[in-house]
Design a protein around this ligand. Structure first.
Ligand code: GDP
Length: 471
């Protein structure tokens, strides 16, 4: 452990020097992390952000753009040859085709470099010419951040905690029976390990469908390119007094340790610890629609995920982050185009309330944070309708399932976010006063004029918060 931590901080040290030198003498680089749970909207966010930075007609909220200081934005080969490239062109083609459709979602880490030629603002404007700033966008599943909880735990500790949490669920009986019946002190064999791992992974999926949080290992839900590898084939087993060499229990322990060393550590070291600015996307509306248990669960998951942004909370992270930290974190409630704009402030209140507990704990070691409601790709228009003598603020769009146009009233979010968050925490099954409905809209057919990016809601303000001070 000591050796590996030493090695980790040594590489980081060199990297910091490298960054500082290239920042001072050459062209500055901003690494922008984009994360969130599966289906939160990462792929759509990155695609629309890049398209809007390239064609800047719809981003007045980004000051460098509205002041006319950006002369060009273009994609470049990314610096990390071994990381898959974010497939921007395919995703944009999906959104802008004559019959638009949503692109494939994030399944693993990917990267894209966007370079911007910008004239400095203020006093420096007259002194220096335009310079190039590189924005390295790093897209990764929020599920992977949950693995941080494993880093300071032994296999026995992790297994005990996980098995105990499972006893409170009904969908885990068959795995629990299998784990208890396993001959943990006998010599291991691959079919036994595989069967246990598969059954365990099935409990993770069913837990997620039920809206549970803190499901680990995170890669079991989002394996990316590692699917089926031994480091991802293990499961928790009850403790064994003195496990024999080559026993099933020892092999599970070995694989758990390999998972932490070969899967979790490289991700945190090579990707996570190098991020300067971070946006955490949250499908809060989806959780509100699913009901109080899902919202309560989202809040717990956010707290788990956000622990990753407080290096002090974890010994492994503190070693990794020597001398470096994420400077800005934006918490964005996505898909705000499902709501009339009169409700956006309430949605922002909810995202702030959802992340408050995590934020209050340590204020992310000095990082600047903000909550916002956004739609990276606006799929609706607003409409006010009268229904039973009451005027309703609706949104209209093309329904994904039928392809038909429909106006839709999602329900009125409460004026105080505490009403929702507390009801969720109190363990109620249903919202008391309102039904919150949600429809799946297809992306709208776009008729873009030259110089115009895709329509959005507050994507430019998000960009201003995340990047504006450096442009
Ligand atoms: P990822 O798993 O985080 O990469 O999520 P995606 O970016 O693939 O988004 C998941 C789904 O959410 C999409 O297929 C869309 O149905 C929906 N979605 C994402 N962003 C928006 C948005 O701005 N507006 C609307 N209406 N739907 C969105």
């Amino acid at each position: 452990m000591i050796i590996s931590s030493l090695a980790d901080s040594v590489t980081r040290g060199f990297e910091n020097i490298g960054d500082a030198v290239s920042g001072a003498l050459f062209e500055p680089v901003i690494r922008l992390g984009v994360t969130g749970l599966s289906r939160a909207g990462k792929t759509v966010f990155i695609t629309s952000l890049v398209a809007n930075l390239m064609d800047r007609g719809r981003i007045p909220g980004l000051l460098a753009a509205s002041e006319g200081r950006i002369s060009a934005a273009f994609l470049q080969p990314q610096p990390d040859d071994t990381v898959p490239r974010f497939d921007y062109e395919t995703h944009l083609a999906a959104l802008t085709s004559p019959v638009p459709h949503w692109p494939d979602s994030t399944r693993a880490v990917s990267e894209l470099r966007l370079s911007i030629r910008v004239r400095p603002a203020g006093l420096l404007a007259g002194l220096t010419g335009p310079r190039t700033i590189h924005i390295d966008i790093v897209d990764y599943p929020g599920e992977w951040l949950l693995d941080l909880a494993l880093m300071d735990k032994s296999y026995a500790e992790w297994a005990e905690g996980v098995l105990q949490a499972m006893t409170r669920r009904t969908d885990t009986e068959s795995f629990l029976a299998m784990a208890r019946a396993a001959e943990a002190n006998d010599t291991w064999n691959e079919p036994a390990i595989k069967a246990l791992a598969e059954s365990y992974t099935a409990t993770l999926h069913s837990g997620r469908e039920a809206g549970l949080s803190g499901l680990t290992p995170g890669r079991f839900l989002m394996p990316g390119e590692m699917e089926g590898s031994p480091a991802l084939t293990f499961a928790p087993l009850p403790p064994v007094e003195r496990p024999a060499r080559r026993s099933l229990w020892r092999e599970m322990e070995r694989r758990y340790t390999a998972y932490k060393r070969k899967v979790v550590t490289p991700f945190f070291r090579d990707h996570f610890a190098r991020i300067d600015r971070q946006v955490v996307l949250v499908d809060a509306l989806g959780a509100i629609h699913a009901g109080p248990p899902a919202l309560a669960d989202l809040q717990r998951t956010m707290t788990d995920i956000l622990a990753a942004f407080r290096p002090g909370s974890n010994a492994f992270l503190s070693r990794l982050f020597t001398g470096r930290r994420v400077e800005r974190i934006l918490f964005a409630a996505t898909k705000a185009d499902h709501l009339h704009h009169k409700q956006h402030a309430r949605l922002t209140g909810i995202i702030e309330a959802l992340t408050r507990e995590a934020r209050d704990r340590a204020d992310f070691s000095g990082a600047v944070t903000q909550g916002m409601s956004i739609a990276a790709l606006r799929a609706t228009v607003e409409e006010t309708r009268t229904h039973d003598g009451r005027s309703l603020n609706c949104v209209r769009g093309t329904l994904l399932e039928t392809g038909r146009q429909a106006a839709f009233y999602p329900g009125e979010l409460p004026d105080s976010p505490a009403k929702l968050v507390n009801a969720a925490r109190d363990g109620s099954d249903k919202w008391l006063d309102e039904e919150y409905r949600i429809m799946k809209f297809a992306p709208a057919v776009l008729d873009l004029k030259p110089g115009e990016g895709p329509p959005h809601i507050r994507l430019d303000r998000a960009a201003q918060f995340l990047l504006g001070d450096r442009l």
